[in-house]
Design a protein around this ligand. Structure first.
Ligand SMILES: Cc1cc2nc3c(=O)[nH]c(=O)nc-3n(C[C@H](O)[C@H](O)[C@H](O)COP(=O)(O)O)c2cc1C
Length: 340
């Protein structure tokens, strides 16, 4: 399937919710939450793009790297490249409902599996978001990563029990959703988790646990202390707090604090294979891609996701060759030029 065709169809299906811009940078959709935008001014979404754009490659061509290795291990799983589809839910409220929640999330999980990577599923209100996610996860034999919200009260226990039944290969919590306006508007209890509570949640997890929404070395160290096996350096695509730094800005400090103690994932503004390589050079072990995979899934379902992942893989390989990077699990920070 041609990616141009996928984007064209997505543009029709997402009319009024996403303009499928040439560069998905948060300008056209600023403030559109619900929708595909960033919260408020959209500055945190845009900061993700700016931070990555500010990183430039040192091009190296006198070396023997012509077929670099993109395979990588993550929490016991083998991935064809260090990329996951970020958890995104709420097709009707955020994307216009051009495809159903069920078809959407199946396309993400199956498209990812077909290309040897993992898709994540989201959570939220209405409950059919997680219903569709768990049904799709069951269909792929648990080969995906469900993320639940930092619910309060009984809802947390109930969601954990439901997620466990789908026997996922790993599972996570987007702790930054504690500030999500869409949930607050609906009167549903989400909250920050003190260290002891996070420890309890992680201890009860049947699979390696990922804490998503880490933006400081302090929180990264606390997540490690709580027993997380991975963190995601993420500002939720700029959807929870206006005016945070870009994730690529904070990633090096976080990596300096916890690299090697926990797997480090990062997301926010990753739009090309080159961006994937930049995040790895800044200290990530793998990245998540959000909105562009949603666009691919809405525009072309499973085939759309596969086409998009193929594009990312070939761009990543080209960027590795052009920086002399032989192995995706050993990316040198020296492939990046000093900041301007
Ligand atoms: C419409 C929408 C819904 C999202 N829903 C969730 C969710 O349910 N759980 C979650 O952890 N993150 C959610 N996110 C955040 C993404 O997982 C991810 O952090 C972010 O989109 C990455 O930035 P990018 O879209 O610029 O790649 C959502 C993002 C969008 C745009």
């Amino acid at each position: 399937m041609d990616i141009k065709e996928v984007r064209k169809t997505a543009k029709e299906r997402m009319k009024g919710y996403c303009q499928v811009c040439a560069v998905c940078d948060g300008r056209a959709c600023a403030g559109q939450v619900p929708g595909m935008g960033g919260l408020g001014t959209g500055a945190a979404f845009m900061a993700n793009l700016h931070a990555l754009a500010a990183c430039r490659f040192n091009m190296r061509l006198i070396h023997g790297v012509d077929s670099p290795r993109t395979e990588v291990g993550l929490l016991g799983q083998r991935l064809a490249m260090p990329v996951l589809a970020a958890p995104i839910g709420g097709v009707a409220i955020n994307m216009g409902g051009g495809v159903s929640e069920e078809d959407y999330i199946k396309a993400v999980l199956k498209g990812c599996l077909f290309r040897g990577v993992l898709g994540c599923t989201g959570d939220g209100i209405p409950p059919f978001i997680i219903d569709a996610a768990l049904a799709a996860l069951a269909e792929v034999g648990g080969n995906g990563v469900p993320f639940i919200k930092p619910w309060g009260g009984q809802e947390l226990g109930e969601k954990m029990r439901r997620v466990q039944k789908s026997s996922p290969v790993m599972l996570g919590m987007d702790i930054d959703a504690a500030g999500l306006v869409t949930l607050t508007l609906m009167g549903r209890p989400v909250s920050p988790k003190p260290l002891e509570k996070l420890k309890e949640i992680i201890a009860a997890s049947p699979a390696p646990f990922i804490v998503k929404g880490v933006m400081t070395p302090e929180d990264a160290c606390l997540a490690v202390q709580a027993g997380a096996e991975a963190i995601v350096v993420s500002n939720h695509g700029g959807r929870v707090l206006d005016h945070t730094p870009g994730t690529a800005e904070v990633l090096p400090c976080i990596a300096a604090a916890v690299k090697g103690q926990v797997a480090i994932l990062a997301d926010g503004g990753v739009r090309s294979g080159g961006d994937v390589l930049k995040m790895l050079a800044l200290g990530a072990d793998a990245v998540m891609i959000g909105r562009p995979i949603s666009v691919a899934a809405v525009g072309g379902l499973e085939e759309g996701v596969v086409a998009y992942l193929d594009q990312i893989r070939s761009e990543l390989t080209a960027a590795m060759v052009l920086t002399g990077t032989a192995d995706v699990s050993r990316v040198s920070p020296d492939i990046l030029a000093p900041a301007l």
